[in-house]
Design a protein around this ligand. Structure first.
Ligand SMILES: [Zn+2]
Length: 331
C-alpha cells in the first residue's frame, strides 16, 4: 500500500490552499457554520503539513491509505480508526458500489442455439477489478464475450472496470470489426485514464461458424478439444499503455463438445496454505476432468478444485471464469 511520503505530502499544500481560495470565494453561498468548520479543517490540515503529522492517522499514527487521502485531503484517520458515523457512511458507499457493479454483470442465463455459456465472478472484496461480459449481438446471430483484469484493487479498480465496460458497450453498438473494437477501446482507455492505469482483456465474438478472439495482454485462453488442450498464445499489449497498439484477431473453430475457457490470474495464482500457486497446469487438468460435461458442471468443478487447493488460505485476488462450450447435440 502506498503511504503519504514526504514529496506526496508537498502536493497536498497547493491543493488545500486552492480549496481554501475556492471556499472563501463561495462564502456567501455556504451556511456560516459549515463555512467556519471547513475553513478550520483546511487550516488544521495545513498546520499538520507544517508540523509533519499530515497523512498520519490521529489514533494509531500509521500512514492513512494514500488512495483515500488523494480522494479527500482532509481525512484524519486510517480505515481501521474511522468514527462510527464515518464507518457507516463508508460501508454504505461500498454497498452501493457492489450494487452498481453487480448490475453490470451479464445475465446468468444467456443461451444461444450453438453455445452453452457459464461465468463465475468472485471479487475478493465488496467490489472487484475483474471484468466479465457476455452480450448477444445482431438479434442472436453472435455473442460478444470478454474477460479482463484492471490494474489495482478495490473501489478504484472497480471504477476503471466500469469505465472499460462502458467503452466496450458503446463501441459494440457501432457494428465494428473485432480488431477495430479493441484498437479503439485501447485508444479511448489511453486518452481517458491516468498513465498508471491499464487493463488486460481477452474478448471475442462467437457465431454459429466459430469464434474470433483477440487478446490484450491477458492470461492465455484455453481451447479444450476432445483429446487435447491448446493455449491460444497470440497476444497484444494491455489496454491503456500505448495508443498505437495493434491487436491481431485469431480465428478458432470449435467442434461439438469443445470448450473455450477464459479466466483471470486470481484463479491460477490462488495459493495453498504453504504459499504454492494453483498454476495453469492444474487448471488444465481440472477442466479436462470435466470436458465431457456441461459448461456449468465444468465451472463448478473447477471452482471446487480451487477451493480444495486453497484449503483455509483466503483468496487474495478477484477470480473470474468464463466458459463457452459447443454442445454435443449440435448439428
Ligand atoms: Zn489508525
Amino acid at each position: 500500500m502506498d503511504t503519504a511520503s514526504a514529496p506526496a505530502v508537498d502536493t497536498f499544500r497547493p491543493q488545500l490552499l486552492d480549496r481554501r481560495v475556492r471556499l472563501l470565494a463561495a462564502s456567501d453561498a455556504v451556511p456560516a457554520a459549515y463555512f467556519n468548520d471547513l475553513i478550520a479543517e483546511i487550516d488544521a490540515a495545513l498546520g499538520r503539513i507544517d508540523n509533519g503529522s499530515y497523512g498520519l492517522c490521529e489514533t494509531c499514527h500509521d500512514p492513512i491509505e494514500a488512495e483515500r487521502l488523494a480522494q479527500n485531503p482532509l481525512v484524519r484517520f486510517c480505515l481501521d480508526h474511522l468514527s462510527q458515523a464515518e464507518l457507516e457512511a463508508h460501508q454504505q458507499d461500498l454497498d452501493l458500489a457492489t450494487q452498481i457493479q453487480s448490475r453490470l454483470l451479464p445475465p446468468r442465463d444467456i443461451a444461444l442455439e450453438s453455445w452453452d455459456t457459464q461465468y463465475r465472478y468472485q471479487p475478493v472484496g465488496a467490489v472487484g477489478g475483474d471484468y466479465c461480459d457476455l452480450i448477444v449481438l445482431g438479434n442472436g446471430k453472435s455473442l460478444f464475450f470478454a474477460v479482463g483484469d484492471v490494474a489495482g484493487k478495490g473501489v478504484a479498480a472497480s471504477l476503471l472496470m466500469t469505465h472499460l465496460s462502458a467503452i466496450l458497450r458503446s463501441l459494440l453498438s457501432l457494428d465494428l470489426s473485432l480488431t477495430d473494437v479493441i484498437s479503439r477501446a485501447n485508444r479511448l482507455f489511453c486518452e481517458s485514464t491516468a498513465p498508471a492505469h491499464y487493463a488486460t482483456l481477452v474478448c471475442g465474438r462467437a457465431t454459429a461458424s466459430g469464434v474470433e478472439i483477440c487478446n490484450a495482454g491477458h492470461c492465455m485462453p484455453l481451447l479444450l478439444k476432445q483429446d487435447v488442450t491448446q493455449r491460444l498464445d497470440s497476444t497484444g499489449l494491455p489496454l491503456g499503455l500505448f495508443s498505437s497498439s495493434q491487436y491481431p484477431v485469431q480465428h478458432v473453430s470449435l467442434d461439438p463438445g469443445d470448450s473455450l475457457v477464459l479466466y483471470t490470474d486470481g484463479i491460477t495464482e490462488s495459493q495453498d496454505p504453504e504459499g504454492n500457486q494453483y498454476e495453469e497446469d492444474r487448471l488444465i487438468r481440472s477442466l479436462s476432468d470435466h470436458r465431457d460435461q456441461t459448461a456449468e458442471a465444468m465451472a463448478d468443478g473447477l471452482l471446487r478444485d480451487v477451493a480444495l487447493y486453497r484449503k483455509s488460505h483466503p483468496a487474495s485476488d478477484d477470480m473470474t471464469l468464463l466458459i463457452l462450450r459447443r454442445p454435443m447435440n449440435m448439428t
